[in-house]
Design a protein around this ligand. Structure first.
Ligand code: HAM
Length: 429
């Protein structure tokens, strides 16, 4: 390749071609589902003040510690490309004074997030999240609603994605304190069996040792004490109710007592939707409750819960499992230049009626227009010649098998819609 061609930055990618159909399907589906559940979109800035995430996610979280794209702006402000959406939503919620007594505010957001992780299968430095945040209630029913909502999105593609919903309770500040001191003792006694990275985390963020992918660390953590035996009465009851409500909402889940989340703001309910598709167990979505976050970021003491789905990962799994029909395309072909006017009118009529159509504007011969139809991946060519003009019809040619038919020019739109694109091509069948 020419050495002067500019290349994209490591961990960043162009998303195009057939893959875009999957993105559109995911986008259409989540918009419809969020609407039903009463979640409203908020479009948030991509650049935020560094402090929003430092304070929100905690200095010892991997994201803040080593993964943020941060820089000092020209006015000496430390800023970051947002690594996630929850802290941004909470900043927005406080700044715009949204809180109202006895009301749950439900938001969703969609867009790119940035983390300077080591790129690998399913892991990028720019990736897309669609997320929801529900603020204003500590009720366990809201936890179940939010988890149900996440599962509805995965169900909406009518395909078995081979994913598993795992839930856990990581307790509140009080019960976690007694748990962490017991966990610390265990980790210190096993430090020789833990990798360097985990040893570093023992003092700064001991719960994160559960997330290490190193085989020896995983084995060591199998017999580590679990938070469930340390939950206080309120946290225990809360978790019990979440599980009961999930059953009422028809949500299938497993309790994973080793599930912890890597961000400081979580408390009580934590959940992940995991898949083995990427060669290792990776989460396609994750979330949890964060009752102290609004207060921590300077707002009133308002509880909240939410989740985010990694759209790049979801699309990768979908692509593997299901063929998605592309839109049926038509290519208008005219026999000679004197028919170009008629061709353009036909092209215009098709498009005005939302039929995907192309034509050649360069005045090439019939054969070369048909070759062009193939380049545009047209399913059908609509041929317009002198005979067609005089007989007031159009010849439609199937580009795959070459079969031809005549369609009356006057009701061509109705004929195409009912006979050639009916049955829906934009959705999974
Ligand atoms: P998270 O677990 O950091 O949570 O990310 C959520 C999802 O984003 C992951 O499950 C994964 O699918 C996707 N994801 C994360 N990092 C990458 C990456 N480098 N490449 C591709 N996909 C990635 C949060 O961000 C929380 N804000 C979720 C939340 C919302 N909790 C409460 N409300």
């Amino acid at each position: 390749m020419n050495k002067h061609v500019y290349r994209k930055i490591k961990g960043f990618r162009d998303i195009f071609g057939d893959e875009i159909y999957y993105w559109h399907i995911v986008e259409d589906n989540f918009k419809e589902i969020f609407n039903v559940y009463g979640y409203e979109e908020v479009k948030l800035p991509i650049l935020e003040r560094l402090e929003v995430f430092r304070k929100g996610l905690g200095d010892t979280s991997d994201i803040v510690d080593k993964e943020m794209f941060s820089f000092i702006d020209r006015d000496s402000q430390p800023v970051v490309l947002r690594p996630e959406g929850t802290a941004s939503v909470v900043r927005f919620y406080i700044e715009n004074n949204i809180f109202q007594e006895n009301k749950i505010d439900r938001f969703y957001y969609y867009g790119p997030m940035f983390r300077r992780e080591n790129p690998q299968k399913g892991r990028f430095r720019q990736f897309y999240q669609v997320g929801v945040e529900a603020l204003g209630s500590a009720s366990p029913i809201l936890d179940s609603e939010v988890i149900k909502l996440s599962s509805e999105i995965f169900k909406s593609f009518n395909v078995n994605l081979n994913i598993q919903l795992e839930i856990n309770s990581i307790g509140c500040q009080t019960c976690r304190q007694s748990y962490v001191s017991v966990l610390l003792e265990y980790l210190k006694s096993k430090s020789v069996h833990l990798c360097d990275n985990c040893n570093k985390k023992i003092d700064s963020n001991p719960l994160r040792v559960f997330d290490c992918k190193n085989e020896l660390c995983k084995l060591t953590m199998q017999s580590a004490p679990e938070i469930s035996s340390f939950l206080c009465k309120d946290c225990k009851n809360h978790f019990l109710e979440v599980k009961e409500n999930l059953n009422k909402f028809n949500v299938e889940f497993v309790v994973n007592p080793k599930l912890v989340r890597g961000l400081d703001y979580y408390m009580r309910t934590a959940f992940e939707i995991v898949t083995d598709y990427f060669g290792a167990t990776l989460a396609v979505g994750a979330g949890g409750r964060y009752d102290g976050l609004v207060k921590n970021l300077g707002g009133p003491d308002i509880p909240g819960i939410g989740f985010a789905i990694g759209v790049d990962r979801l699309v990768a799994v979908l692509k593997e499992l299901k063929d998605v029909g592309k839109d049926i395309r038509f290519f208008v072909v005219y026999q000679n230049n004197s028919l170009m006017d008629f061709a353009i009118r036909l092209l215009n009529e098709l498009r005005e009626n939302h039929i995907k159509a192309f034509a050649d504007y360069t005045g090439k011969g019939l054969k070369s227009q048909l070759r062009m139809a193939n380049k545009y991946l047209a399913d059908y060519a609509l041929i317009l010649g002198e005979e067609e003009l005089n007989g007031n019809y159009i010849t439609i040619k199937n580009m795959k098998d070459g079969q031809q038919k005549r369609l009356n020019r006057n009701d061509i739109v109705v004929a195409i819609k009912s006979k050639f694109i009916d049955g829906g091509v934009k959705c999974f069948q």
